[in-house]
Design a protein around this ligand. Structure first.
Ligand SMILES: C[S@@+](CC[C@H](N)C(=O)[O-])C[C@H]1O[C@@H](n2cnc3c(N)ncnc32)[C@H](O)[C@@H]1O
Length: 244
């Protein structure tokens, strides 16, 4: 598993791999060199590093050890010293207040999204932002979910998350990534099956027959691999603490 995160980090550092990210850019445009940033669920630092290049200091909260190690390696190779890594799940992390807090695609497994958001708000003075995936209407994950779990549910996402926050009494703003021209692509068919299992939260291979049949019908073979009809598009749910 540790090697998996190291490989992910290596891939991220390959030339040309850092695609433009309008959602991250929205946050970067609001940073100043004097500000501090909290990156909740930092992973291997896809956001942490650009944030730390723009801000005075970043605290990266990441509960998975292999991810933390890969993030630390990436920081060390850049000789970056303004990032502190905290190895706890967000609701158990003890962190001081920062100016800005962000959580990029890291709230999906948290059973209490409003508590996750409220803690971000309590730990920041200027801006809170949560990046979430926008599901594609013709996506395969929704179709498989209907067949397997009984309802069309494309993993926790912006539609679910925004509504949960509204119901909890927050009324945040939304920045929607403009273009939707990128699609998930997996190098091998096995990788595509693994992705489906992950998104559908399946621990075993009991639905592999159905997944295989559906993906064979829906994925398009390209020179890069197997392209899904599910797009890669995101929204940033953001608010100013005290004004949501
Ligand atoms: C899909 S990855 C996103 C990583 C990174 N933010 C990015 O955009 O590349 C989700 C990350 O959130 C972390 N995570 C999951 N649950 C979390 C929690 N309760 N508190 C903090 N981090 C969490 C995972 O360990 C993982 O690194």
């Amino acid at each position: 598993m540790v090697e998996r995160w190291a490989a992910l980090a290596r891939r991220l550092d390959e030339p040309g791999e850092q695609r433009p990210d309008p959602v991250l850019q929205f946050v970067l445009d609001r940073l100043e060199p004097t500000l501090t940033v909290l990156d909740v669920g930092a992973g291997v630092g896809r956001w942490t590093i650009p944030l730390a290049e723009r801000a005075r200091a970043v605290t990266a909260v990441e509960p998975v050890e292999g991810m933390r190690r890969a993030l630390q390696d990436r920081l060390s190779s850049r000789q970056m010293t303004n990032v502190t890594i905290v190895g706890r799940p967000w609701l158990e992390a003890d962190v001081p207040r920062h100016d800005v807090s962000v959580a990029a695609y890291s709230m999906y497994t948290s059973p209490d999204l409003p508590a996750f958001a409220r803690k971000m708000e309590a730990c920041s003075t200027r801006l809170c932002g949560m990046a979430m995936r926008i599901p594609a209407p013709g996506g395969v994950i929704g179709e498989l979910s209907e067949a397997i779990h009984g309802d069309w549910h494309d993993s926790p996402n912006f539609i679910v998350g925004y509504n949960a926050l509204l119901e909890a009494g927050l009324s945040p703003n939304v920045f929607v990534e403009p273009a939707a021209a990128r699609y998930w692509t997996d190098a091998t068919f096995e990788d595509a099956i693994a992705r489906a299992r992950r998104h559908l939260r399946l621990s075993g291979g009991q639905f592999d027959g159905l997944i295989t049949k559906t993906l064979k019908r829906s994925l398009v073979k390209t020179p890069e691999g197997y392209r899904w009809p599910d797009w890669m598009r995101a929204a940033l749910v953001w608010w100013e603490p005290g004004n949501a």
